[in-house]
Write a protein that binds this ligand. Structure first.
Ligand SMILES: [Zn+2]
Length: 151
């Protein structure tokens, strides 16, 4: 069975939880304008209990079908990403006391159950480029011609 829900209260500070699972394409459920998952997604996640919250580290990969922002053609694009954030109870918001690394992303939630499908969807959306370009429309196309070298 594929793991979807994680009960955070079962994780103790001396035994982090490691899950390696797959999220079937139909459950990735991206907003239509962002693209559509066309493969099952691999998801690997490790959750550490850290103070009053949790440290969450993971990575994913899969294939989405997107529409090119330049030429409008549909294309398939393998995507993958890594993430690391801290989940803190809402009561910790604004106190800042527990947060030692300011560069780290912090998410506030009182949920005791983590939905891995939700986590995956969020992370994909955070990491998608704002403009999806197909392989025939390279990002820097038209840029290089404007660059003049100083001699
Ligand atoms: Zn294109």
């Amino acid at each position: 069975m594929l793991k979807r829900f994680i009960n955070l209260e079962e994780i103790s500070s001396d035994s982090p939880l490691h899950v390696k699972t797959k999220v079937p394409a139909k459950f990735v459920n991206l907003p239509e304008e962002e693209g559509k998952a066309v493969s099952d997604f691999d998801l690997e996640i490790t959750i550490f209990k850290a103070g009053s919250g949790y440290d969450i580290v993971g990575r994913y990969k899969g294939i989405i079908k997107a529409t090119c922002a330049r030429c409008g053609s549909e294309f398939e694009k393998p995507i993958k990403g890594e993430f690391h954030y801290t989940l803190m109870p809402i009561s910790a918001a604004g106190k800042g006391g527990d947060i030692s690394n300011e560069d780290m992303d912090v998410k506030f939630s009182n949920e005791k159950v983590l939905d891995l499908h939700e986590v995956l969807r969020e992370q994909i959306l955070l990491n998608l480029p704002s403009k999806m370009l197909c392989p025939k429309c390279p990002e820097d196309n038209g840029f290089i011609s404007y660059v003049e070298e100083d001699i």
